[in-house]
Design a protein around this ligand. Structure first.
Ligand SMILES: [Zn+2]
Ligand SMILES: [Zn+2]
Ligand SMILES: [Zn+2]
Ligand SMILES: [Zn+2]
Ligand SMILES: [Zn+2]
Length: 341
């Protein structure tokens, strides 16, 4: 344990108290601890403005001034303070720490991962699962694209394209039922590894779990556009556990809806914030506890702050048309698009 985090205090007032020394009683006095009279010629102990008939009474008084351990209730001379609490021993101090779910040591510092699990500062440096952030053990699966998965994520993760297709189809229907949020064009789904996702990403691709891609392909004839075709694609990383995958899937479908309904909003914080908000609303309604928790705790200035901003804007609104109204009021469409409406 590092001394950095705590102040060790030594109780030194015992010696100060004793400096009063032994006196002979001259007048009639009473013991400040037991209340007995101290006869005129008896020797007694004096400490500052207090008198004691015996060493026993003096010791009892001195002990009453010692701090009390907030854990075991014992009084102590040497101990620790942390967060304004007193601890008589290292064992009592450690009860105030959280237990690391991985190494089971109680440690003062660490991070929270997964569903409110405490990971100590030593274990957080270990290689971690790319999906759940848990430290990896020898059962880890190397995906060959810089990611490794823990045994649970590797077992439960989505790795097959038909599984992605059916989950996405289900999510689209669920969003239409729950929030009246739907688009009717065809979307191509691609389950991919990190290398493929990075290739298509406009960002660094390092932390992205999915991508929504919208393209317009225009056919020209003698430099004149004759026909254009819109392409909608959603890429999601393979190996994500199903709950997590659904959270990402809804996020990307929200981008798809926004592309159709509010294409003029290009502020990344609002685009990502809205996609996170829809994913959060979905996860909450499905009771996928890990997903909303992750968003609420996200400190990212685009995703985390954007999510909180959009959530606060939306208040009690629970349908896509209400969300659209609120966003249009805050971010009005340019005049040209308004006429077309
Ligand atoms: Zn006494
Ligand atoms: Zn104690
Ligand atoms: Zn640990
Ligand atoms: Zn994992
Ligand atoms: Zn996004």
């Amino acid at each position: 344990m590092s001394k950095r985090f705590f102040t060790l205090f030594l109780t030194i007032f015992l010696s100060c108290l004793l400096c009063g020394g032994l006196f002979a009683a001259r007048n009639v006095m009473t013991c400040d601890w037991c209340g007995k009279k101290i006869s005129s010629n008896a020797s007694f102990l004096k400490s500052e403005d207090k008198n004691f008939c015996s060493e026993k009474c003096f010791n009892a008084f001195a002990e009453s001034l010692l701090p009390v351990c907030d854990v075991c209730g014992k009084r102590f001379k040497e101990g620790f303070t942390s967060d304004g609490k007193n601890f008589c021993s290292k064992a009592c101090l450690e009860t105030s720490f959280r237990e690391c779910f991985h190494c089971h040591r109680r440690e003062p510092k660490g991070v929270i991962v997964g569903n409110n699990l405490f990971l100590c500062e030593y274990c957080k440096e270990l290689p971690a699962c790319a999906s759940c952030q848990m430290p990896l053990d020898r059962f880890a699966k190397d995906l060959g694209d810089g990611r490794s998965l823990c045994r649970d994520c590797a077992r439960d993760g989505i790795f097959e394209q038909p599984e992605m297709d059916s989950v996405m189809k289900d999510l689209r229907k669920t969003l239409a039922d729950k929030f009246r949020m739907s688009t009717d064009h065809e979307i191509k789904y691609q389950l991919c590894d990190r290398t493929a996702l990075k290739k298509e990403s406009t960002g660094d691709g390092e932390h992205e779990l999915g991508l929504f891609i919208f393209n317009i392909h225009t056919l020209t004839f003698f430099n004149r556009p004759v026909r254009s075709r819109e392409e909608f694609r959603i890429l999601i990383l393979n190996g994500l556990p199903p709950d997590f995958f659904r959270g990402v899937g809804v996020h990307e479908l929200a981008h798809d809806w926004m592309q159709q309904n509010l294409p003029h909003i290009d502020e990344p914080m609002i685009r990502e914030g809205f996609a996170e908000f829809v994913s959060w609303a979905y996860a909450k309604s499905e009771k996928l506890d890990r997903v909303p928790w992750r968003m609420e705790q996200n400190t990212d200035p685009v995703y985390g702050d954007g999510f909180r901003k959009v959530r606060d804007m939306m208040g009690d609104a629970r349908t896509a048309s209400e969300w659209k109204k609120i966003l249009l009021k805050a971010y009005p469409a340019p005049a040209k698009e308004k006429e077309a409406e």
